[in-house]
Design a binder for this molecule. Sequence first.
Ligand code: CA
Length: 229
Amino acid sequence: MEKKRILIIEDENAIAEILEFNLRKNSYECVRVDSGEKALALLDNGESFDLILLDLMLAGMDGTDFCRIYRSSPRFKQVPIIMLTARSEEGDIVGGLEFGADDYMTKPFSPRVLLARIRAQLRAEGRSSVPERKIFLHGIELDSDFHEAKVFGKSIDLTANEFGVLEMFMRSPGKVFTRDAIIRNLHGDGYPVTDRAVDVTIVNLRKKLGTNSSLIETVRGVGYRFIRA
Ligand code: CA
């Protein structure tokens, strides 16, 4: 099998070295740069990668800027981005997710957990772009054609919004969705829904999931996610 290529954008040499060491040990190919500008230059040169590890706090262009520019450039092959952040950068995590990062890890992180996250992102990327009609996870079954939801085989009655949120979560288990992302997914851009309305939808959804309510996790200061598969 061809080796997957990972682009590491990290300006702390010690961390970049640990990343590179662990990735190479696990048969990934990697390229290291210490700034967003250099990363964009590589991509502009036609280098292609399967995943990007992106430090959020960089001198010059920061990680959020990189995400915004990269995601809005159709000339780049779009691949998953995992952000690496310090715990104190909570607001920036939200910004990064808003601009199209797929996951994040706070420093210091365990290389094993990061490797698992990388594998999850690469797996998700390899999935067919035609979504399966039925999803089955942790005892919850969704049939998007028939708008039917069951918990342990028993039908539950969901509103269109609740169904939409649950389907979005279950199609990307473990992925954190900000409230804005949830609103955009349900209604498109510029729809006047408050964060509070999202929270109410989640509360109702959890109630209907009963003993399975803990499958929807609150990520403090960031948003919500369905438990990792
Ligand atoms: Ca940094």
